[in-house]
Structures are given as structure tokens and as C-alpha cells.
Design a protein around this ligand. Structure first.
Ligand SMILES: *Cc1c(COP(=O)(O)O)cnc(C)c1O
Length: 441
């Protein structure tokens, strides 16, 4: 684990998170249980916000990428920290609004936003809609005309930089389903199309080069390309972008394959990005754009852990050992989706020396249903509480009811207090929308 003041081992070896003993949390709320450390979430929101203030004169904002973990409490925290958020669906927008989020600080994304999602965004008065096709721009313009409103928009651009964890590639043309390519002229074409529409107001551009990125240069290169692009658009059309949204993608620690970053390291990433933009603005004689960034994983990822109870242990001698837990791909889908790696420990003795390598299996009827493969653990037995680290992002938000399992509860911990922020589902929740038609009765 990436130890810190709010995530550490107590003298008796128990895992402490946000001042709460993990074993007590498991006892009180049951397992599987998502636990979120509020202090960490706030600290990460603050480090980005403060860096924009101190290094860029406050000329920008942080938008929490809510797809990483969306629930009312997390929007409340973001709002209290004075940052914005993005929403990628009507559901995320609805949740943010229900939590009382200021719509002016919400940006709406998506490569195929539905008609009603666009309408709802306009009705809510969101700060920006990030366009991803000319047909969408036309539909949105029509919606705004009908409602006598003008909506600020950005256009999603592909800078031709794709980053994957420790490496990045520059491509002439990306094959992404998102955005418009700078290199083939398609970006300029949609800009001209959008500028011709009367009920939407183009403010600038957005890009998002990938996720789980540790390579500082990839952010700087993307910023360079976006600034060059802003200059190119100015020369070709006279339009000067006043907003630049550089997306998210800062990486986090899952295993020793990843660097262990501290808060100040994230400030360093953002500072490099900001310095790149400032330098380019000077070089190209452009105004410094209002900067938006959209970190998701780096805000909530390491704030979260999942607690499990060990069930069946199956040792296939010389081949593999499975430690089955009461969760699985329904609540931890990233192994099944991407073969993601994790660290785990015994919650009653987090620093116990690891003596074995096991696969942590889920309880679903799929052989690929692992929470994590090849995890180093001490000896464990049925009934032990296991903790898997760095599960705050893309776990709860990607959970399902596969095999009619319950989506677990989430609790928020701070200074020794634990509060439910998402209730555990129950059997009634599972059948709530089931209908038996008359002819089957
Ligand atoms: C996923 C996504 C993000 C957040 O990415 P992280 O890697 O979680 O920081 C930000 N912006 C857009 C457009 C995204 O699709």
C-alpha cells in the first residue's frame, strides 16, 4: 500500500483508514465494503486547485471526472472544495444536480450524447458541453433555438498524442472513437461548422490523451500541440480559443510496477503542463487560455479500499492457489476487463510477511472472475478480512448486479467516523424493476 497519515498500520497491525479500524468497519457494515478516505479525496482536489491558483494565477479550474466514482456525497465534497465536475451521461448529471452541484461548474461529455441528455444539460444550464460531432452540434443548436438559450461549447480534439501508463506515442491520426484529428483537417472543418451555428457559442477545445499516465512529457507534448492548434485556428478562422481543457489521466499506485506518488508530485505534473502552456502562449503571442483539467482516478483511486471476507481456499498443488472472497467481478470489474493488478493484505496484520502468491477469486460463475491475480499475501484462513488497495476509481462506478449479487455499500471515513454514502443493495432492490407479464401468470 501507499502508506500515509490516513492509511496506515496500527500498533496491533490492524489497518487504519481515516482513523477507523478496518476490522471494525467490516464488522459494522459487512463485506464486501468500499471504504473511501475523505481526507485523501479533499487533499487531491486541493493540490490541483492550489496549483492552478499559485502557478497560473487562478485562471482555470479542476473538474472532477465523476465517472471514476459518482454518488451524491462525492459531488458534495467537490462542491465544498470549490471545484467543478464533468458528467458523461444523464445519470451523472442528475446525480450531481440532486447533490446540489452548481450547474455552471458542470461540463458534459460523451461521444454519443442522447437527445434528452443534451436537452437536460441545456435546461440545467451547464457550464459547457464538449461536442464530439457536427451532427451533435446541429442538434444542440436546434435545442437551444427552441428554448431561446445560448449554450457554451468546447470541441473535443485529438492532438495525436496517446499515452499509456509509462509510454506515449505520437500518431499522425488516432483511430479513437473520440474527437477530431488535428492532422487530417477534420478538426478545422467542425470548427467552421460550429462557428456558423447561432445558438451555441464556441469557447475552446478539449483533449484527453489517456489514463493512468506517469509520463510528464506526454501532458506537455499534448499541451504544446493544443496551443499550436489554437494558433492555427486563429490564423485560419480568426477564432481565438479562450478555454483549454486538457482532460485527466494522472496515474496512481496500484502495485510496485507503478511509482508511489505524493500529493506534491501531482502538483509537479500540473506545473509542467502549465509551464508548457505559458511558454507556448508567449511564443505564439496568444492569450493564456482558461485552463480546465479533469482528474478522476488520481482524486479517488487511492482514497478507496475494498474489504472482503475470505471464504473457500482452493490449493491446486504446484499450479495455483485460489483464495475466494465474497466479492468478485460484479463489484471489482477491472481485473476481468483489463487484467488490472492490485496489492492486497490481511486487514488484521497489514505488515505480516508475505509467504505465498495467490489469486483472489470472486464468487461469480465465470472462471475469469478474479478480483486480482498473483497477489502476494501472508497465510490466510476462512473468515479473515482481506483488503485490496487502490479501489476507489472505476470499481463502484463500474459495478453491476451480475449473478444477482448486491452492489456493496460505500462508507466515507474521516477522523475516526464512518458514514454510509451508498447503501448496500438488498433482494428487493434486485427485483424492483422485474415484471411478470399477464400471459405468464
Ligand atoms: C475518463 C476521462 C477522464 C478522467 O480520466 P482519469 O484517468 O480518471 O483521470 C477525464 N476526461 C475525460 C474526457 C475522460 O473520458
Amino acid at each position: 500500500m501507499n502508506e500515509r497519515t490516513t492509511l496506515k498500520a496500527a500498533d496491533n497491525g490492524h489497518l487504519i483508514i481515516g482513523g477507523c479500524d478496518a476490522l471494525e468497519l467490516a464488522k459494522e457494515f459487512g463485506t464486501p465494503l468500499y471504504v473511501f478516505d475523505e481526507a485523501y479525496i479533499r487533499a487531491m482536489m486541493r493540490v490541483y486547485k492550489k496549483t492552478i491558483e499559485s502557478r497560473y494565477g487562478g485562471n482555470g479550474n479542476v473538474l472532477y471526472a465523476s465517472k471514476a466514482f459518482s454518488c451524491e456525497a462525492v459531488y458534495r465534497i467537490a462542491q465544498q472544495e470549490n471545484i467543478g465536475c464533468d458528467a458523461v451521461s444523464g445519470g451523472e448529471l442528475y446525480t450531481a444536480l440532486k447533490a446540489g452541484f452548481n450547474p455552471a461548474n458542470i461540463y458534459v461529455h460523451g461521444n454519443n450524447k442522447l437527445f434528452y441528455e443534451l436537452e437536460e444539460a441545456v435546461d440545467a444550464g451547464v457550464g459547457g458541453i464538449v461536442l464530439d460531432s457536427i451532427s451533435e452540434a446541429e442538434v444542440l443548436d436546434g435545442i437551444c433555438r427552441a428554448k431561446s438559450k445560448t449554450q457554451d461549447v468546447l470541441i473535443r480534439i485529438n492532438p495525436g498524442v496517446e499515452a499509456h501508463t509509462h509510454a506515449f506515442v505520437q500518431t499522425a491520426r488516432t483511430d479513437s472513437k473520440f474527437g477530431f484529428s488535428i492532422s487530417d483537417g477534420s478538426a478545422l472543418e467542425i470548427i467552421n461548422g460550429v462557428l456558423a451555428l447561432k445558438n451555441i457559442r464556441l469557447k475552446g477545445f478539449h483533449c484527453h490523451i489517456g489514463s493512468q499516465i506517469f509520463e510528464k512529457q506526454s501532458f506537455v507534448l499534448a499541451a504544446d500541440k493544443m496551443m499550436d492548434f489554437i494558433k492555427h485556428v486563429k490564423d485560419e478562422t480568426g477564432f481565438v480559443a479562450s478555454v483549454l481543457n486538457m482532460g485527466g489521466g494522472f496515474g496512481i499506485y496500484y502495485t510496485d510496477d507503478d511509482p508511489k506518488l505524493k500529493e506534491e508530485d501531482y502538483a509537479t505534473y500540473l506545473t509542467a503542463l502549465i509551464d508548457g502552456i505559458k511558454g507556448k502562449a508567449k511564443e505564439l503571442n496568444l492569450p493564456e487560455p482558461y485552463l480546465l483539467i479533469e482528474p478522476g482516478r488520481s482524486i479517488v483511486g487511492e482514497s478507496g479500499i475494498t474489504l472482503y471476507t475470505v471464504g473457500t481456499i482452493k490449493d491446486i498443488p504446484g499450479i495455483k492457489k485460489y483464495v475466494a472472497v465474497d466479492g468478485g467481478m460484479f463489484e471489482a470489474p477491472r481485473y476481468a476487463l483489463y487484467q488490472s493488478k492490485y496489492c492486497a493484505a490481511k486487514a488484521d496484520d497489514v505488515n505480516a510477511p508475505c509467504t505465498q502468491v495467490v489469486s483472489i477469486a470472486g464468487k461469480c460463475c465465470e472462471s475469469g472472475d478474479l478480483v486480482a491475480a498473483d497477489v502476494r499475501l501472508p497465510e490466510v484462513k476462512k473468515g479473515d478480512i482481506l483488503v485490496v488497495f487502490s479501489t476507489g476509481a472505476y470499481h463502484y462506478s463500474m459495478a453491476s448486479n451480475y449473478n444477482r449479487n448486491f452492489v456493496p455499500a460505500a462508507v466515507l471515513v474521516k477522523d475516526g467516523k464512518a458514514d454510509i454514502i451508498v447503501k448496500r443493495q438488498n433482494y428487493e432492490d434486485l427485483v424492483r424493476n422485474d415484471v411478470i407479464p399477464e400471459r405468464l401468470k
